[in-house]
Design a protein around this ligand. Structure first.
Ligand code: MN
Length: 226
């Protein structure tokens, strides 16, 4: 039996709607610039394809929990995103088999220290501190799902005011393409979550804000920035 020097870290989990079992999180991959209008508001070139970055699994903020305002930023941004939860894995997954890997979907927010991200872009430095910080991945319960991926409305409000309001069908890479592309770069496995990118309308959050988000047919999330 393995003797640990200290207690190994707890497994991060996300509840599953209507189930007693919870979803154990392995990795969190994220897609950048997957909606054309958001790519434009970020100053991107219309020909640049989406790309991936990552967050640590313990960045998850489970439903019913507040999100702590992170240190070292004065420009924390919300990014509402459809989240794909994988029950299968592999590498070089063909696009026509990609949806077979999906356990379900959730609503997530890719919290971003925009000021640190802009500084990193300017200096050609990594994005980790701007994207992969503590409590940077609020998420709803996961909804089990089979068949075609969600296509409907994706929206986020701050203190009841709508800030982001778009359609998942407008994603540049659809869910099956995201999974296929990711599997060319990493070996995917059950427990992986993929935040699929945010539409236009990203903006700042401050202490005390209440954030609500939804993806049509998938669910809703609500948390407070504390
Ligand atoms: Mn994002």
């Amino acid at each position: 039996m393995t003797a640990y020097l200290f207690d190994p870290p707890a497994v991060t989990t996300v509840p599953v709607e209507g189930r007693a079992e919870v979803f154990p999180v392995r990795r969190i991959l994220c897609v950048g610039r997957n909606y054309a209008a958001h790519r434009r508001e970020m100053g991107g070139d219309d020909r640049d394809p989406p790309f991936f970055f990552a967050k640590p699994a313990d960045a998850i903020v489970p439903p019913g929990h507040d999100a702590a305002y992170p240190p070292k930023t004065s420009n924390l941004h919300h990014e509402i995103e459809l989240v794909v939860a994988l029950k299968g894995g592999g590498k070089d997954v063909p696009v026509e088999k990609a949806l077979d890997l999906v356990f379900g979907y959730a609503v997530g927010v890719d919290m971003t220290r925009r000021d640190l991200q802009n500084a990193a872009k300017d200096k050609g430095q990594p994005w980790d501190a701007s994207k992969g910080f503590d409590a940077s991945a609020p998420i709803s319960a996961i909804k089990a799902w089979t068949g075609p991926a969600p296509q409907g409305r994706i929206a986020l409000s701050v203190n009841g005011q709508v800030k982001q309001d778009a359609t998942v069908a407008d994603m540049i890479w659809a869910v099956d393409e995201i999974i296929a592309e990711a599997s060319k770069l990493w070996t995917l496995a059950p427990g992986d979550l993929i935040y699929t990118g945010t539409p236009e309308g990203v903006g700042p959050l401050v202490h005390g804000d209440t954030v609500t988000g939804e993806v049509e047919g998938v669910g809703a999330l609500s948390f407070k920035v504390v």
